[in-house]
Write a protein that binds this ligand. Structure first.
Ligand SMILES: Nc1ncnc2c1ncn2[C@@H]1O[C@H](COP(=O)(O)OP(=O)(O)O)[C@@H](O)[C@H]1O
Ligand SMILES: C[C@@](O)(CCOP(=O)(O)O)CC(=O)O
Ligand SMILES: [Mg+2]
Length: 328
C-alpha cells in the first residue's frame, strides 16, 4: 500500500490564456491531496469521501457501462470520477500492467472545483501512488506529463500543463506550451477567499474558446493576459511585490472580460482592493470558488471574512514540496 500527496496551487498570473500558448505562473500552496493505492485482484474501488457528491463511497469495476449507482446526475458523476479513472489508466500504461486492479482512497484539504487545482493534485498523487504500488518509480517530469494527459482527456483536449507541472514540482513555475520550468519566487503573502462554490473547468475553458473564435478582441484579450504575465515575470524576478499586485488586478479585469468571473468572485476581489491589499484576482478556471489576494497586513483577511458570499478566508504560503510519497 502506498500513499502519495501533491499540493494545490494558486495562479499568480495567466490561467485560461495558458491553454492557447501564452505563459502562466502558478504557485503551489500548502494544501494537499493524498491518494492511497492498494493493489487488488482486478477492477477499481475508489473511496473519495471529500468528493462533493454528498460524501459518497463508490465501488465499480472501471467499465464505463457500469457506473457507480449513486443519486447524482450522470454527467456530474462522470466528470467527478474522470480524473481518477484517467489517472489509473496512466498508471496501468506506465507500469505496463493493463489489468492491474486497485483500491484507491483519496483524502484532500483542497476545495473541489474552486481554482486551487484539486484535480491536478489528485491526478499527480494518484499516478505516483499507483505506479509505486506496482514497483515502478517515475521521474517527476513523467508524472507531470502523465497528469497533464489526465487533465487534457477530462477537459476534452483543452488543458494546459500549468496545474499539473506546478502540483508535481511544487514552488512557483512558469509554463508556456510544452515549456515548463521551476522559477524563483519571493515568499508572497497570499490571502485566499473562498465562496464555497465551484466552476466546471471544462465548460469554462470551452466558453473562452468560443469567445476567442467569435471575436478578435477576445483573442486580443487572451494575448493581453500573456503580456501581463511577461511583465509579471519581470516583477517576480525583481521581487517587486507592489507591481505584482497591480498586475494581478489587471489580470482579473481581463479574466472578467472573458466571462469567467462571478458576482461573488468580483465582490471578494473588490473587498481585497478596498482593504488596500496589494492586488487580487480570481484563481483557476473561475465561475465560482477562490480568489487570491496579496497582503502582508491583516486587513484583507478581515475584510474577506466580512464579505457577503465569502465562506472562508485564509492565508496560504508557497509550498516548495511537489508530489511526494508519504508512506510505502
Ligand atoms: N478529494 C477528491 N476526491 C476525489 N476526486 C477529487 C477530489 N478533489 C478533486 N477531485 C477531482 O477533481 C475534480 C475537480 O477539478 P476541477 O474542476 O479542475 O477543479 P479544481 O482543479 O480547480 O479544484 C473533481 O470533480 C474530481 O474529479
Ligand atoms: C483554466 C485553466 O487555465 C486552469 C484551471 O485551473 P483549475 O482546475 O480551476 O484549478 C485550464 C488549464 O490550464 O488547463
Ligand atoms: Mg482542475
Amino acid at each position: 500500500m502506498v500513499t502519495a500527496s501533491a499540493p494545490g496551487k494558486v495562479y499568480l498570473f495567466g490561467e485560461h490564456a495558458v491553454v492557447y500558448g501564452e505563459p502562466a505562473v502558478p504557485c503551489a500552496i500548502g494544501l494537499r491531496a493524498s491518494v492511497t493505492a492498494h493493489e487488488r485482484e482486478g477492477g477499481l474501488r475508489i473511496r473519495a469521501d471529500d468528493l462533493s457528491l454528498s460524501g459518497f463511497t463508490v465501488e465499480y469495476d472501471g467499465d464505463s457501462n457500469n457506473r457507480p449507482d449513486i443519486d447524482a446526475p450522470d454527467s456530474l458523476v462522470e466528470a467527478a470520477m474522470g480524473y481518477v479513472d484517467e489517472a489509473v489508466a496512466q498508471v496501468r500504461d506506465a507500469a505496463d500492467a493493463p489489468d492491474a486492479g486497485f483500491d484507491i482512497t483519496i483524502e484532500s484539504e483542497i476545495p473541489l472545483g474552486a481554482g486551487l487545482g484539486s484535480s491536478a493534485a489528485v491526478a499527480a498523487a494518484a499516478i505516483e501512488a499507483g505506479t509505486r504500488e506496482l514497483g515502478v518509480e517515475l521521474p517527476s517530469e513523467e508524472i507531470a506529463e502523465r497528469a497533464y494527459q489526465v487533465e487534457n482527456t477530462v477537459q476534452n483536449g483543452q488543458a494546459s500543463r500549468a496545474d499539473t507541472f506546478c502540483s508535481t514540482m511544487g514552488g512557483a513555475v512558469r509554463v508556456e506550451g510544452e515549456d515548463c520550468q521551476p522559477i524563483d519566487s519571493p515568499d508572497l503573502p497570499f490571502v485566499i477567499g473562498y465562496d464555497g462554490g465551484a466552476g466546471d473547468t471544462g465548460a469554462l475553458v470551452a466558453g473562452v474558446r468560443d469567445l476567442r473564435d467569435q471575436y478578435d478582441f477576445a483573442a486580443d484579450t487572451v494575448e493581453a493576459i500573456g503580456d501581463v504575465v511577461r511583465r509579471g515575470e519581470r516583477a517576480l524576478a525583481a521581487e517587486n511585490v507592489t507591481e505584482i499586485g497591480k498586475l494581478m488586478d489587471f489580470n482579473h479585469g481581463l479574466l472578467s472580460a472573458l466571462g469567467v468571473s462571478s458576482r461573488t468572485l468580483d465582490s471578494m476581489v473588490w473587498a481585497a482592493r478596498n482593504a488596500d491589499g496589494l492586488g487580487a484576482k480570481l484563481t483557476g478556471a473561475g465561475g465560482g470558488g477562490c480568489i487570491v489576494a496579496l497582503d502582508e497586513t491583516p486587513e484583507t483577511l478581515t475584510a474577506l471574512e466580512y464579505t457577503p458570499g465569502c465562506e472562508e478566508a485564509f492565508r496560504a504560503e508557497l509550498d516548495t514540496d511537489g508530489v511526494r510519497v508519504e508512506t510505502e
